[in-house]
Design a protein around this ligand. Structure first.
Ligand code: OSB
Ligand code: MG
Length: 367
């Protein structure tokens, strides 16, 4: 593959309602799309960093700068295949979401040229995947219960509640009391607690949660291992896992029993597959997380979630759960499941109307 030029596009997708987590309020979804023009045709990638560096260090303006000034120049000249992208970019530290966008676009081009789907290339075994939903922090318990009721009625296979100190045991208790013990339920703290909160977190044990996601800070692998010994509920890591290397450390230390895999957080779909493989070989369950992706990222995440080790429902909600419109044909859920795209490459096409509406600015980089 020879990349001729790249179009970097900042898009803004409106959200139906603000998404509130322990790290802040998202009022709209701003992200960067990459369109590569190559000798083999075009491909799309998505950089799912947020507008501000509040979930990881990455953010829109930083992603644009690192893509333009540091990553794309490293992809000048022929690339033997998608597996060569990450090694070519390895000299740049961090910026895994930006790197994942380029690898994703190269996968799209290369797989289209071979008439192969991303799902087949990664080794997906399912044709449809179970879908969960992530419910932000609400101002009141009745407001939360009304939201959860709607999502259960829509058929989601699992509910995840965002928590933070002051919004944890009570909302979980209220959801269990109203909807019963059979609803698959889990919580996500986005690193808002300290090990000294272990007693408070242990109060969640009585609710039969599937998991507690990322209670402590990113770097706290040792502290998570200690917390795991004090809780019955399985710990799941999100922010702490940026690579297969981190996954090996977390497994060795006993920091988690479950891993949330987000390709944008770990540098791409191929690293995501390596994490899946390592976790599976060690009896650690994985599931596909989300970063409020557009249709491009949603398509690729569904392909990944088709791999056999993805044994829990993912944060792969249908496009219109978050957005009034999408930049591809929207993904729809039936019976709590979404079909894995089967077409070549990512298996989705840009929707010119949605893309035009969402595009805030674009620039071309000659490679
Ligand atoms: O921690 O999983 C998270 C959204 C943005 C940043 C971090 C997270 C999330 C979500 C929603 O929980 C995932 C989604 O539905 O795409
Ligand atoms: Mg999370």
């Amino acid at each position: 593959i020879l990349i001729e030029r790249a179009e970097l596009r900042v898009i803004t997708l409106p959200l139906h309602r603000p998404f509130v987590t322990s790290f802040g309020v998202q009022r709209e979804r701003e992200l960067v799309l990459v369109r590569l023009f190559t000798n083999l045709g075009e491909g799309w990638g998505e950089c799912p960093s947020l507008a501000e560096p509040v979930y990881t260090h990455e953010f829109t303006a930083g992603a644009l700068a690192v893509l333009r000034d540091h990553l794309l120049p490293r992809l000048a000249g022929p690339i033997a295949g998608p597996s060569r992208v990450a090694p070519a970019l390895a000299g740049v530290k961090g910026h895994r979401a930006a790197k994942s966008a380029l690898e994703m676009a190269v996968l799209d081009v290369w797989l289209r040229a071979r008439s192969t789907s991303l799902a087949d290339h990664l080794g997906a075994e399912r044709t449809r995947v179970a879908v969960g939903v992530s419910i932000g922090i609400h101002e009141t318990i009745p407001g939360l219960l009304a939201d959860v009721e709607k999502k259960i009625a829509e058929g989601y296979a699992r509910i995840k509640l965002k928590i933070r100190p002051g919004w944890d045991v009570e909302p979980v208790r209220a959801v269990r009391k109203r909807f019963g013990d059979d609803v698959p339920l889990q919580v996500d703290a986005n690193a808002a607690y300290a090990l000294s909160d272990a007693r408070r977190l242990a109060e969640l044990d009585e609710f039969g949660l599937l998991l507690v996601e990322q209670p402590l800070a990113e770097g706290d692998l040792v502290q998570h291992a200690e917390l795991a010994r004090r809780l019955r509920t399985p710990l799941c890591l999100d922010e702490s896992i940026e690579s297969v290397h981190d996954t090996a450390a977390a497994i060795a230390l006993g920091s988690c029993r479950i891993v949330n895999i987000k390709p944008g957080r770990v540098g791409g779909y191929l690293e995501a597959r390596r994490i899946h493989d390592l976790a599976r070989a060690n009896g650690v369950a994985v599931w596909c997380g989300g970063l409020i992706e557009s249709g491009f990222g949603r398509a690729a995440n569904l392909a990944l979630a088709g791999l056999p080790g993805f044994v829990l429902p993912g944060d792969t909600s249908p496009s219109l759960h978050y957005f009034p419109f999408d930049v591809t044909a929207p993904f729809e859920m039936a019976d709590g499941h979404i079909d894995v795209p089967a077409g070549p490459g990512l298996g989705v096409e840009p929707d010119p109307e949605g893309l035009g509406r969402a595009t805030a600015r674009r620039e071309t980089v000659v490679v």
